[in-house]
Design a protein around this ligand. Structure first.
Ligand code: NI
Length: 136
């Protein structure tokens, strides 16, 4: 069931909000506000070490000695959290690895930190998402 409520907002803040959501292609304020509320819940799930899902994407140089081996070893340490991993050879030097993870926020953050801190890893980002079971 949908419920309606009224929000009071400073005029300047509302103007800015409207500009931003227009740039982001939202059809109306309600949809934008719903998404903002949901993303704050996703953040809360991550903060509270709940069961979450996420996508790690990392770019690294496979010529870096032992790096490929370490990346694999670390992923094996977290095999319970890893749903899927895809490796793409981008060019002569660079590999892109995309890892879909699921589990307690703390353990998947730990996995991301361990991968990010390896020498030769040029970029490593976690896209935080949610199992969705508490989001309606
Ligand atoms: Ni590669």
């Amino acid at each position: 069931m949908l419920k309606r409520f009224t929000i009071s907002l400073d005029e300047k803040l509302l103007e800015k909000f409207d500009t931003v959501i227009k740039q982001q292609k939202y059809v109306n304020r309600s949809e934008a506000i719903r998404d903002l509320i949901r993303s704050s819940f996703v953040e809360e799930e991550w903060q509270a070490d709940k069961d979450v899902v996420g996508v790690i994407s990392m770019v690294y140089d496979h010529h870096q000695p032992k790096l490929q081996e370490k990346v694999t070893e670390i992923q094996h340490d977290y095999h319970h959290q890893i749903v899927s991993a895809t490796h793409i050879h981008m060019d002569h030097h660079n590999c892109l690895e995309v890892v879909i993870v699921k589990g307690k926020a703390g353990s998947v953050n730990e996995l991301t930190d361990r991968l990010r801190s390896l020498r030769g890893v040029r970029n490593c980002k976690m896209a935080m998402s949610t199992t969705g079971k508490d989001l309606h």
